[in-house]
Design a protein. Structure first.
Ligand code: SAM
Length: 242
């Protein structure tokens, strides 16, 4: 039985890759990629010739069967996403579960850790994120308001991923809810992490939205939004001690 290795890759800067990840790519029979063109750019940069197979959120049963067959034949596979660590807000987790269910105890899976947008953003956000709730992408329609209300009421810091089309929308929604509830949150927006236009915007939802809207370019790219815990919890450390 082959081994499935889950490999973290850069979230922007191609140098953010581990030696072990590069060796894994070279030694794998195939690399399963969310978008083969995106991963090929990384592989070309490091002159890695390993063949790629696409595996993404729309991959159906036939593709999964093909991957399982390769593992049964003893092929070693590496799984990557377009950015960061597979399994965080992308289809990686689904493949891991399906492979485990189909292949049972003989199946070996290994993690080759690397960056994630979530941890990269937290590393520069400052205090208040010893403990947090990660909600990934909020639903676009059904359930969105409920989750926004949970965020505003949360005693914990919250982290969400947003696409470029929705970062401003999210902040406008937070402003409305703040007006309705009287709760105000401190927000950090981390944009284009590790890339040329990496930027951090701090402050109230209103001031962060103003900063983003000050220049159309500020609304381009990829975003992690961090919402700090309510002030009554601010002085507690992760063990709840004052
Ligand atoms: N698996 C990835 C990870 O480890 O973070 C996340 C995949 S998810 C499909 C893509 C989302 O991650 C983007 O919409 C954005 O919210 C966030 N993201 C990815 N790269 C980023 C970057 N360089 N800067 C800010 N956010 C980023």
């Amino acid at each position: 039985m082959g081994i499935l290795r889950i490999v973290g890759t850069p979230i922007g800067n191609l140098e953010d890759i581990t030696l072990r990840a590069l060796r894994t790519f070279k030694e794998s029979d195939f690399i399963l990629c969310e978008d083969t063109r995106v991963t090929r750019r990384l592989l070309d940069h490091y002159e890695i010739k390993t063949s790629t197979i696409s595996y993404h959120q729309h991959s159906g049963e036939l593709k999964v069967d093909k991957i399982l067959t390769l593992l049964k034949e003893g092929k070693n596979l590496a799984l990557v996403t377009d950015a960061g660590t597979p399994g965080i807000s992308d289809p990686g987790g689904k493949l891991v579960s399906e492979a485990r269910a189909a292949l049972g105890d003989d199946f070996k899976i290994e993690s080759i850790p690397g960056p994630a947008a979530l941890t990269t953003a937290i590393s520069i956000a400052g205090a208040g994120f010893d403990r947090f709730l990660f909600l990934g992408f909020l639903p676009h329609k059904k359930g969105r308001q409920t989750m926004l209300k949970e965020i505003i009421a949360s005693e914990h810091s919250v982290v969400v991923y947003e696409s470029k089309h929705r970062a401003a929308k999210f902040l406008s929604e937070m402003i409305k809810l703040e007006e309705a509830t009287g709760i105000s949150k401190e927000i950090i927006v981390a944009r284009e992490l590790t890339k040329m236009f990496e930027s951090l915007y701090f402050g109230s939802a209103t001031s962060v939205l103003e900063k983003l809207q000050a220049d159309n370019n500020n609304l381009k790219g990829e975003f992690v939004i961090l919402i700090k815990q309510n002030s009554k919890n601010k002085n507690k450390d992760e063990y709840g001690e004052e």
